[in-house]
Design a protein around this ligand. Structure first.
Ligand code: HEC
Length: 150
């Protein structure tokens, strides 16, 4: 056996290794894409109303007080599971009515309790916002938050 590597062996290792890891990279990219579009998105369809609801969420900066999927401020309850908390999975109509009534009733004059401002959302904005909260609740976020109370 020749001492050290011959030139052609070194070239083969270089090209073979590059090809091998390039193929692994392509496979991992394909897997990530598959995972994003099938597993880690919401189980519900992404409708125009859900999109609009996300804009309502952003425009009013709800995230300045609330977290959603762990992201945001910790002044007010986590909202990625607020749909479950309002029993939307069992009774969607009651959850819709309950969420809208809650937001319309703010701020509550309860001494010593943190307050949420009144946003005066239109009926359309409220519907989209609740569609967005329902959609978010259907994302498999691996049981975040750990308690249903958020
Ligand atoms: C200034 C801070 C603040 C902002 C901004 C804010 N909230 Fe709140 N929100 C609160 C507080 C505080 C509570 C809890 C109040 C309580 O329990 O009496 C709350 C509670 C809620 C609840 C009820 C949660 C539950 O588990 O019962 C919902 C739904 C909600 N907010 C939605 C929103 C949405 C949607 C926005 C944006 C349009 C928003 N909030 C913006 C402070 C805020």
């Amino acid at each position: 056996m020749a001492e050290g590597l011959t030139k052609s062996a070194a070239r083969n290792i270089f090209y073979g290794g590059s090809l091998f890891f390039f193929l692994i990279f392509v496979a991992l990219t394909a897997h990530s894409h598959w995972y994003i579009v099938t597993e880690s998105t919401s189980a519900l369809p992404l409708t125009d109303s859900v999109r609009e609801g996300k804009h309502v969420w952003e425009k009013n900066m709800c995230i300045n007080c609330h977290s959603i999927m762990g992201e945001g401020a910790y002044f007010a309850p986590e909202l990625s599971n607020v749909w479950t908390r309002y029993h939307g999975r069992e009774n969607p109509e009651a959850a819709r009515a309950g969420l809208a009534a809650w937001m319309r009733a703010q701020p509550l004059a309860v001494p010593g309790r943190r307050k949420m401002p009144q946003f005066d959302l239109s009926d359309e904005e409220m519907t989209s916002l609740i569609d967005f909260l329902e959609w978010t609740d259907a994302i498999d976020d691996q049981n975040w938050p750990p308690h249903v109370s958020g």
